[in-house]
Design a protein around this ligand. Structure first.
Ligand code: ADP
Ligand code: MG
Length: 624
């Protein structure tokens, strides 16, 4: 929902509540001095009743027409009609008034957490400097079209995705990717929206409209968080579907049986029936459970963890197997060149050709080699690049067929005489069918991984697994250093998916499997796992779409924070369910003995809802 609109709706609701309360209060005062006629009272309260509750009435009537009759609103509606029959007009208005107060509480909680999420991220660009002739015009990013040229000055946020036309600068992408290294950009470089320009002015040709830009996609993730409802929420909904009609029938029987069969006074039994209706209203659950999940999701967002729906929180709380990708997830994915071996060519040539072949790929190996090479590349020398997933790449470099990749790739193209360094990732080069040499790369384990994995185990995860396409020696070495439970090496991307599937098959009920990857070649696994966690994947559409949780930082320990938040929300929801059911049970028992009245029932219903919401607020106060 639009922020402005949401705000407006809240204000209108608040005003309605204040006005109604003031009028009710004045009535009580005037009632001391005048005795109003019953007719006057009826008209007066009926108008007030329509004023405070017309939306509830309309929704109930609409639902009735659509034959999906009964939700908690209808219970309230029926109760108010009963109150009118008993000539308890004041109470009828009060029922709606207090219901609306509960509603307001819920709106505020949701609105607050939503705006907290977006301000925590602070990536929404407010304007773009659109170039029109020689002039710059400040416009909304929504107004800029692909092909337009914009200028981003130092200190400003890049509002739309595009390509640099002129200028050079450093960009700080930490708000988007969490990595705090500055990226140097110049002409022809691609820039993502949301990053901050640090040093020089940049002229950028826009390539995507705002709706499709990176920053909008991240914001969408946040704004549509609750699209996948948790099992508890769905259960409560289903429960309410059976529960509410049952309550209405029971209430009807409470009224009918004593009055018709035993000729009791219908006033007494209609009142009891109303009390029963109000007590039975599931408001506290229907309101407090979604609010709790919402608060949890916003708490996570504050920690730069985006969770796409409450169902994933529920599963995160019960993850028993965590499966990690190696490169870029457990290791830095920033390879250092340890050694270059060459045959027939010079070492520089080997590096240059490999670099050219890799120049268009997004794989951590490709990126690292490009960075290590450091010199500008003439991209016109490369054509027909084809990534061979889990093996390497094929391309035409200077019109010669070039293969770059690991031993599997060499086997596949029939080259058998080559050497490899045991430890280290070997990237071989074959030009026109001739073996020309290799470079040996080495990756490092991320600094805090050991600590993070220990925490993950303390948080109830039983098995930690690593899957990698890398060589056995390299993978097993990492696994040994990190004390992992299982490691599987030399897997092709589809084999990783199969391994994941086998873990999914083995899991018990209420035991979930999480897959944590960096989004490079592992979208399928992210999608297949119960909870797919993408690390620093902003910018990769496939990963952002496939995953359920995005860690905006490159920090594995954020998984622990996500699990802690998940466990907290599950616990809070359980507390609220137990609390509201037992409280209502108590009032119900009092009701049976005739020890309660409508007022007490109304206040207890709204009171329980508000207490449950406050309990959720309490659970997510403070730091994680
Ligand atoms: P990981 O499971 O470690 O993320 P991948 O499945 O992406 O690894 O790749 C597996 C192996 O395939 C790498 O260790 C490397 O040997 C080889 N490989 C993949 N892509 C490339 C590439 N662009 N250049 C060279 N080798 C590559
Ligand atoms: Mg990978």
């Amino acid at each position: 929902m639009n922020k402005f609109y949401a705000n407006l709706k809240q204000k209108a609701l608040l005003n309605k509540i204040i006005i109604t309360s003031l009028i009710l209060f004045s009535f009580v005062i005037f009632n001391f001095f005048y005795s109003f006629t019953l007719n006057f009272k009826f008209i007066f309260f009926f108008i007030l009743y329509l004023f405070i509750g017309y939306d509830i009435i309309l929704i109930t009537l609409k639902n009735t027409l659509k034959f999906n009759l009964l939700d908690e609103k209808s219970l309230m509606f029926i109760a108010t009609i009963g109150a009118f029959f008993l000539k308890q007009y004041f109470e009828a208005v009060l029922i709606f008034l207090l219901y609306q107060i509960g509603e307001l509480f819920q709106n505020i909680a949701i609105f607050r957490s939503k705006s907290q999420i977006s301000s925590a991220l602070q990536i929404r660009p407010l304007y773009a400097n659109l170039k029109e002739g020689d002039f710059l015009k400040k416009v909304s990013p929504l107004k800029v079209k692909p092909g337009d040229v914009i200028v981003v000055k130092p200190g400003e946020r890049v509002p739309l995705d595009g390509v640099v036309l002129s200028g050079g600068s450093f960009l700080d992408s930490s708000s988007i990717t969490g990595e705090s290294n500055f990226l140097s950009v110049g002409p022809k470089d691609f820039v993502l929206s949301g990053v901050v320009n640090i040093s020089g002015a940049l002229e950028i040709k826009v390539t995507k409209k705002y709706e499709e830009s990176t920053v909008k996609k991240v914001l969408n993730l946040i704004e549509n968080v609750s699209s996948k409802k948790s099992k508890t929420e769905n259960l409560i909904k289903k429960f309410a579907k059976i529960y509410t009609p049952t309550v209405v029938i029971a209430a009807f029987l409470i009224f009918i049986i004593p009055t018709l069969l035993f000729k009791e006074d219908w006033h007494v039994w209609l009142e009891r029936c109303l009390i029963f209706l109000v007590i039975s209203c599931p408001c506290a659950l229907v309101i407090s459970i979604p609010v709790s999940f919402f608060l949890a999701i916003s708490k996570a967002a504050k920690n730069r963890i985006l969770i796409k729906g409450s169902i994933f929180l529920e599963m995160l709380a019960n993850v028993k197997t965590a499966i990690f990708d190696k490169t870029g997830t457990l290791t830095k994915g920033k390879f250092i060149i340890k050694e270059i071996y060459s045959l027939n060519l010079s070492k520089e040539e080997v590096l240059e050709i490999i670099c050219l072949a890799e120049s268009k790929l997004n794989h951590p190996i490709a990126k690292s080699i490009k960075e290590a090479y450091g010199k500008p590349l003439n991209l016109n020398r490369v054509e027909k690049v084809k990534e061979i997933f889990g093996k390497g790449v094929k391309a035409l470099v200077d019109e010669k067929e070039v293969f770059v990749g690991n031993f599997k790739l060499l086997k596949e193209i029939g080259i058998s005489s080559f050497e490899e360094d045991e430890l280290g990732t070997n990237v071989h080069l074959v030009v026109e069918g001739k073996y020309c040499g290799r470079i040996v790369l080495q990756d490092e384990i991320k600094t805090n991984v050991e600590y993070a994995l220990k925490n993950i185990k303390n948080n109830g995860v039983e098995k930690i697994v690593m899957l990698t396409g890398d060589k056995k020696v390299v993978g097993e070495n990492v696994a040994k250093n990190l004390n992992l439970d299982f490691v599987f090496c030399e897997l092709l991307p589809y084999e990783k998916v199969e391994k994941l599937e086998s873990f999914l098959k083995k899991r018990g009920e209420k035991e979930f499997v999480a897959f944590i990857g960096d989004g490079v070649n592992d979208a399928a696994s992210l999608k297949l796992a119960d909870v797919g966690v993408a690390m620093g994947a902003i910018g990769s559409d496939a990963a952002m779409e496939a995953c359920d949780v995005v860690l905006m930082d490159d920090d594995i320990n954020k998984i622990n924070i996500a699990i802690l938040i998940a466990k907290r929300v599950v616990k809070t929801v359980k507390q609220n369910i137990v609390f509201s059911l037992s409280f209502k049970g108590l009032i119900f028992v009092l009701g049976i003995f005739g020890l309660t009245n409508i007022w007490l029932a109304i206040f207890s219903d709204v009171g329980v809802s508000i207490l449950a919401i406050l309990n959720a607020f309490r659970a997510f106060k403070g730091k994680f």
